[in-house]
Design a binder for this molecule. Structure first.
Ligand code: GLV
Length: 320
């Protein structure tokens, strides 16, 4: 029997297979997430850990877990919270949950796109403020996305799912990505691959769908934001640190950009100063994959990854 420590109060249905295999399962079911000290204490002696993206899995974490640890199964597509080198050195497998959350996350990105271009976030805040309003032909007009080009940074599963939504709403699709968008989507969507700087200079909306790596840290910096078309929009459902948030605030404040829709922040849950006051910004609390169905599937996949390693096999969806 192995000890499996889970650092959150995850949907329990996802844990059935682990339970049926007779492993000891310790979840974190308190209302507040663990403090760092509580986290290190919680994972002590674990053979497998199921982590969430706010857990920093570094040398200290691995030391706390102990030398018997075999697998870190992240319940997320991203894995920038995990020190892969340290895990590799200790022969600890790392896995993530690709392939199960791309539709939910693309839904979130597309919702942000509509909310910001059509001013729905601002409009909802307006109604709730109790201010008087009447139907007028010129009241609170947004912009039609049908004439716009979406520029996707990253064309993996989430970027491609976003492209499908945008195409269905009449947008033109362009992307910059290390790997070309996969066929048949690329052809069906008439998606045009461009060098990053050309994408940035020619898109009406830039939407981020790339992992956070040293190469994508502050990828949208002041220079690139200045190179965007005037009145363009930024959507981010990837990782906050892919954007220099202060530079974004400046680009919005100066009127160069028309708006931004953000689900992720560099210093979550802190929101960069200036953003909260802007009417042309829509802010969500990292809800990308937050549906009952998707979170249950993500938990189930992470549990399967842990179980595979405990059975002496590689994880189903390893991070290399
Ligand atoms: C969410 O942000 C994820 O990486 O799954």
């Amino acid at each position: 029997m192995a000890k499996v420590c889970i650092t959150d109060g995850v949907p329990k249905a996802g844990l059935d297979e682990l339970r049926a295999a007779g492993h000891e399962i310790l979840t974190w079911d308190r209302a507040q997430p663990p403090t760092r000290t509580e986290l290190l204490d919680h994972v002590r002696g674990a053979d497998a850990v199921l982590t969430v993206l706010t857990d920093k899995v570094d040398e200290e974490f691995l030391d706390a877990a102990g030398p018997q640890l075999k697998v870190v199964a992240n319940i997320a597509a991203g894995f920038n919270n995990i020190d892969l080198d340290s895990c590799r050195k200790r022969q600890v497998f790392v896995s993530n949950t690709p392939g199960v959350l791309f539709e939910s996350t693309a839904d979130t990105a597309f919702a942000l796109l509509l909310m910001v271009t059509r001013r729905f976030g601002e409009a909802e805040r307006f109604i709730r403020s109790g201010k008087p309003w009447q139907y007028r032909t010129t009241f609170m007009l947004g912009h039609a996305i049908q004439s716009m080009t979406i520029g996707l940074i990253g064309a993996g599963q989430i970027g491609t799912a976003m492209a499908r939504r945008c195409r269905a709403f009449g947008m033109r699709i362009a992307y910059a990505s290390e790997h070309p968008m996969k066929a048949p989507a690329r052809d069906e969507l008439e998606a045009v691959g461009l060098p990053l700087d050309e994408l940035i200079a020619t898109s009406d909306v830039i939407s981020l769908h790339c992992p956070l790596t040293p190469e994508t840290y502050h990828l949208l910096n002041a220079e690139r934001l200045a190179a965007m078309k005037p009145d363009a929009y930024v959507i981010n459902t990837a990782r906050g640190a892919c954007i220099d948030e202060q530079a974004l605030v400046e680009a919005l404040r100066s009127g160069h950009l028309a708006g931004a829709g953000l689900d992720v922040y560099e210093h979550e849950p802190e929101i960069a100063s200036g953003l909260l006051e802007m009417e042309n910004v829509v802010l969500l609390p990292h809800l990308g994959s937050a549906t009952v169905e998707t979170r249950a599937t993500m938990t189930g996949l992470a549990a399967k990854n842990a179980l595979a390693v405990l059975n002496g096999e590689p994880p189903l969806t390893p991070v290399h």
